[in-house]
Design a protein around this ligand. Structure first.
Ligand code: GLU
Length: 449
């Protein structure tokens, strides 16, 4: 590969953003500021240049290794067949098998899945687990599908990509719109379509399975638990005591619900929640258990009796110590960033802040703890599940929590060290800490032939 562009020597040139633009040009990517994949690789390239990744390594991390797109028909309950579109993007496997979730959502598209696959590579590297990064999805609205239809979509999607994944090659997991039951159907389909003599070892094809079917203790709450571990490590330097802090949440699904519950148990006060049904607020505190019951019955936070119903803009303006987006990408643009009244944003969702939103928050002095650090607990316990499946030795919840804590605390410390070493903001430092390891591994492996 020609070394057409020299690796930058100075921090200022890298942070000025000119050189990522040169890589975009070389890869013939016409940069679109609203494109999540372009935003993500720009961030990765800025950090790559700060840590001194060689030019060919920058080019490698700026593109996924494989982009798989499939179309498959599914028999619907009323007897007609519907054609679905699915994706699996395998970004990088320098550190180990590809790893990352599968989402079911109407807005699933190739570029977003590519961006999310890049984030998985960064996340796995940052928390030092031996996986690369991938992501997949099916464009559908799981809420519109009956349980039988959901099962058939899952089985057909699994069979459509089954030649491109494997228990030691690419291991999917739950993400937005998918859960342990979907992983169980996925694993069963993979097993049924594998040769009989290999079947015993096919459970590892996915993580996030139900505990009765090879799942790990603590996987369901893992992302929330990882948030607790990271915030305990990062908040004291910002003058916030987790046990007394107030926080607000966007999203009350698996990650939001568990984060609320675990923070509540430690003494923190949840004061406002927003989801796609509405927003609620109570300065005296919202009980996460009562809200979980309400959301289970009503399908969302709207109508929760023990809080005041507020508008979306009012939600963003509620004064809190920590603001936690735990829903979809790109929710915090510049307008919302101007409304936020918090000391810290802890990103539980992947890529919830746009670059313009990020700039406003920075300028307003609001610290951002980025997603690849905050939400890496999920994939870390996925790795534990995969290890347990491989060894057939199962760990207690305490063992899982303790090992998770070690990975998360060390990752947070790595970010603090990178922040000083590279004299940059926390988000850039987080990517630097992840990319340092990828660069080292590529230096050792070299490029074949
Ligand atoms: N979907 C989760 C994430 O974005 C978990 C992925 C996994 O466990 O492989 O981190």
């Amino acid at each position: 590969m020609p070394e057409a562009i020299a690796t930058p020597k100075t921090k200022t040139s890298a942070t000025a953003g000119h050189l990522p633009a040169a890589v975009f040009q070389e890869l013939e990517i016409a940069k679109d500021e609203t494109n999540l994949f372009h935003q993500t690789i720009e961030q990765v390239l800025i950090a790559s240049q700060l840590v001194g990744l060689k030019h060919h390594q920058q080019i490698i991390v700026a593109q996924p290794l494989n982009e798989i797109m499939v179309h498959f028909p599914v028999l619907m309950d009323d007897g007609h067949h519907e054609l679905f579109k699915g994706y699996r993007v395998q970004h990088n496997n320098a550190l180990g098998p590809y790893k990352g979730g599968i989402r079911y959502h109407p807005q699933v598209n190739l570029d977003d899945i590519k961006a999310l696959a890049v984030l998985m590579t960064m996340k796995c590297s940052l928390v030092r687990i031996p996986f690369g990064g991938a992501k997949g999805g099916v464009k559908c609205n799981p809420r519109d599908l009956s349980p039988d239809e959901l099962m058939r979509v899952t089985r057909r999607f699994c069979s459509a990509i089954s030649n491109q994944i494997g228990p030691d090659y690419d291991i999917p997991a739950p993400d937005v719109g998918t859960n342990a039951q979907i992983m169980a159907w996925f694993a069963d389909t993979y097993a049924q379509t594998s040769p009989e003599h290999e079947r015993h070892d096919t459970l590892r094809i996915v993580t996030g399975k139900p505990v009765g079917m090879g799942g790990s203790a603590g996987r369901e709450k893992a992302t929330g638990q990882g948030m607790v571990d990271v915030l305990k490590e990062m908040l004291p330097e910002l003058g916030i005591d987790l046990a007394r802090m107030t926080f607000s949440l966007i999203g009350f699904g698996n990650v939001g619900g568990w984060t609320a519950r675990l923070f509540n148990e430690l003494g923190a006060t949840l004061v406002a929640v927003l989801d796609d049904t509405g927003a609620i607020h109570n300065d005296r505190g919202i009980d996460s258990g009562a809200l979980r019951k309400h959301v289970g019955a009503a399908g969302g936070v709207a109508g929760f009796q023990e809080a005041e119903q507020i508008s979306t803009d009012e939600f963003y303006s509620v004064a809190v110590d920590v603001f936690i987006p735990a829903a979809l990408e790109q929710m915090i643009g510049p307008e919302k960033a101007r409304l936020i009244n918090a000391k810290v944003i802890a990103e539980a969702a992947n890529a919830p802040t746009t670059p313009k939103g990020d700039a406003v928050l920075k300028q307003r002095g609001i610290e951002i703890l980025p997603a690849i650090l905050c939400n890496a607990g999920g994939v870390t316990v996925s790795y534990f599940e995969w290890v347990q499946n491989k060894s057939s030795v199962y760990w207690t919840l305490d063992e899982v929590d303790e090992r998770l804590n070690t990975h998360m605390v060390l990752a947070a410390r790595r970010v603090k060290v990178a922040r000083v070493k590279y004299e940059c903001d926390t988000r850039t430092a987080t990517y630097c800490a992840a990319l340092e390891r990828i660069g080292k591994v590529y230096d050792l492996r070299g490029v074949f032939p």
